[in-house]
Design a protein around this ligand. Structure first.
Ligand SMILES: Nc1ncnc2c1ncn2[C@@H]1O[C@H](COP(=O)(O)OP(=O)(O)OP(=O)(O)O)[C@@H](O)[C@H]1O
Ligand SMILES: [Mg+2]
Length: 268
């Protein structure tokens, strides 16, 4: 099995040396294999977003080593990493350019990491390709190519953001509670779409969620973070047959803490 991402002894501290010093990641070790779809769960402030930010490079690494596809990226800039790592955030407004049309947004994502030519606008060949990709989402968006993104609903925007994030076959995709701001029905649609895109392109993915059922349902591996440490890491068959009470018990055993009901969605 080839490893796509390795994290060795990662530590992150905010406001170091001040009274507010906060040691958020406390020695994370993790190896992700090609095609791993890992769900991450943990209470508020456990360090989930900080972990994703460290991988993407938006937070410089304080201590530790991050390797992507065999290359040390620990000190690489966000821009350089973004050629291989794509992200989808909670806020549907984050992933797209509001004043540009659907096809202009897709064209930008399509050009990511390529040398830009002189041509502006969207080529006919690309338009047909975008239309086909949009049609595969089954949301009728193939008829909205020239609509301004800002006019679409949050769910439609999040679906397009997902498409943009996967258009160039990234080495790694990071999803940070990307359905949390959507209504329950739209959230289900976008989650199903996420699963479909990740599986069909055999992407290596990291998905933060607050929903324990979703964390169990999706992906092939599940990680629980507690106070900046991985306290549960289960995969394959064991994860497939896991129940929410079992997961809570594992968390309790390994962390010595109780899960608070208001921090995680325990039921669907
Ligand atoms: N850029 C930052 N500067 C200072 N403190 C930060 C920064 N980012 C996160 N923190 C702090 O680090 C801790 C972990 O935050 P993080 O966002 O990683 O948690 P999380 O597990 O994603 O939580 P949530 O479920 O609420 O999204 C929190 O105490 C937070 O206030
Ligand atoms: Mg977070």
């Amino acid at each position: 099995m080839t490893s796509v991402l390795t994290i060795e002894n990662l530590h992150q501290t905010f406001e170091k040396g001040t009274i507010n010093e906060n040691h958020v990641l406390r020695g994370i070790d993790l190896t992700m294999n090609a095609g791993d779809f890992i769900t991450i769960i943990g209470g508020n402030g456990a360090g989930k977003s900080t972990l994703l930010n460290s991988i993407a490079g938006t937070i410089p690494t304080e201590q530790g080593k991050i390797t992507l596809d065999g290359k040390d990226i620990t000190r690489l800039s966000v821009t350089k990493r973004s050629k291989d790592i794509s992200r989808v955030f909670q806020d549907p407004r984050m992933g797209t350019a509001v004043r540009l049309t659907v096809e202009e947004n897709l064209a930008l994502a399509y050009k990511r990491g390529q040398v830009r030519g002189f041509a502006t606008g969207v080529k006919a060949k690309n338009r047909a390709f975008f239309q086909e990709k949009l049609a595969s989402l089954n949301l009728g968006l193939e008829n909205r190519l020239s609509a301004e993104i800002g006019l679409l609903s949050g769910g439609q925007r999040q679906a397009i953001t997902l498409l943009m994030a996967t258009l160039q076959q990234p080495k790694l995709i990071l999803l940070d509670e990307h359905t949390a701001a959507l209504d329950p029905k739209t959230s289900l649609t976008v989650m199903a779409l996420t699963d479909q895109l990740i599986r069909s392109q055999q992407l290596t993915a990291f998905m933060v969620t607050h929903d324990m059922e979703d964390a169990i349902r999706y992906g092939n591996r599940l990680i629980m973070l507690h106070q900046g440490k991985i306290v549960v890491d289960i995969a394959g068959e064991q994860k497939q047959h896991l129940t929410v009470p079992e997961l809570m018990e594992m968390f309790h055993q390994n962390s010595g803490a109780e899960l608070k009901d208001d921090q995680l969605l325990l039921r669907s």
